[in-house]
Design a protein around this ligand. Structure first.
Ligand code: KIV
Length: 265
């Protein structure tokens, strides 16, 4: 299978009218499974901080950590478009945005980067696009600025807020993003933005009318998590499976049932 490109993602909306599938992944084995499942985009999200590293938010995630995880993902994913999240503090100025985004492409073999925000980061988005780095936007509930937004809550509920997010979406499109994530916005706003921009929208808690959907892989698989957002559909109960396996292993070792003669040399 050939590599999915930014152009393919655009064509899903403009030509094929086919929904885009996207998931996060942070390591080799899961990225391989996501890739083999024929998912279009694998996002090395800064959610790695909460999902894999035990941080309470995405804010402490560093470039070093992101590069480390993005490298593992890109070794595994041979088909999906690999998008790397720019962590908090890595794109506050144009220079740092360029320097850090280049690292994702050169060192970690990512194909694109994702940045959170609208108008305040347009200069960075434009500079990245000008220098040949594909950029995915991220609007609505932007976890890196959740503090300013009043926590992890639905955004764009008032007319003023919805209008601002719509404006941001138009500005991001003009700045050259190839797609944008819409997180936690009312479904009517998800639909409105999707109809207002030519580039694909990829929703997470943005209703059924966006051009694609993304979820955090570990949420979909049913790993334990402190937060259980309403927009997550759990397709498995992995924590339960793992717990059962570990209990059986412990029981077998303590009960001298493992290893058996067949499992020994
Ligand atoms: O970091 C992340 O996982 C994300 C998705 C929620 C879109 O940004």
């Amino acid at each position: 299978m050939s590599r999915i490109t930014v152009k393919d993602i655009l064509n899903r909306k403009l030509k094929e009218k086919r929904k885009i599938t996207a998931l996060t992944a942070y390591d080799f084995p899961f990225a391989k499974l996501v890739d083999e499942a024929d998912i279009d985009i694998v996002l090395v999200g800064d959610s790695v901080g909460m999902v894999c590293l035990g941080y309470e938010s995405t804010l402490p995630v560093s470039m070093r950590e992101m590069i480390h995880h993005a490298k593992a993902v890109s070794r595994a994913a041979k088909h999906a478009l690999i998008v790397a999240d720019m962590p908090f503090g890595s794109y506050q100025g144009v220079e740092s945005a360029l320097r850090n985004a280049r690292r994702f492409l050169k060192e970690a073999n990512a194909h694109a980067v994702k940045l959170e925000g609208g108008k305040p980061i347009l200069a960075q988005v434009k500079a990245l696009v000008r220098s040949g780095i594909p950029v995915m936007g991220h609007l609505g509930m932007t976890p890196q600025t959740a503090g300013q937004l009043g926590g992890y809550r639905v955004q764009g509920k008032t007319q003023v807020d919805a209008g601002r997010i719509l404006e941001d979406a138009r500005s991001l499109e003009e700045a050259g993003v190839f797609a944008m994530v819409l997180e936690c916005v009312p479904k009517v706003l998800g639909k409105r933005i999707t109809r207002s921009v030519r580039v694909p929208t990829i929703g997470i808690g943005a209703g059924p009318d966006t051009d694609g959907q993304i979820l955090v892989l570990h949420d979909l698989l049913g790993f334990d998590s402190a937060i259980q957002p309403r927009f997550v559909r759990r397709y498995a109960q992995i924590s339960r499976v793992v717990r059962r396996a570990l209990a059986r292993y412990r029981r077998d070792v303590v009960g001298k049932k493992f290893p058996s003669a067949k499992e020994s040399f």
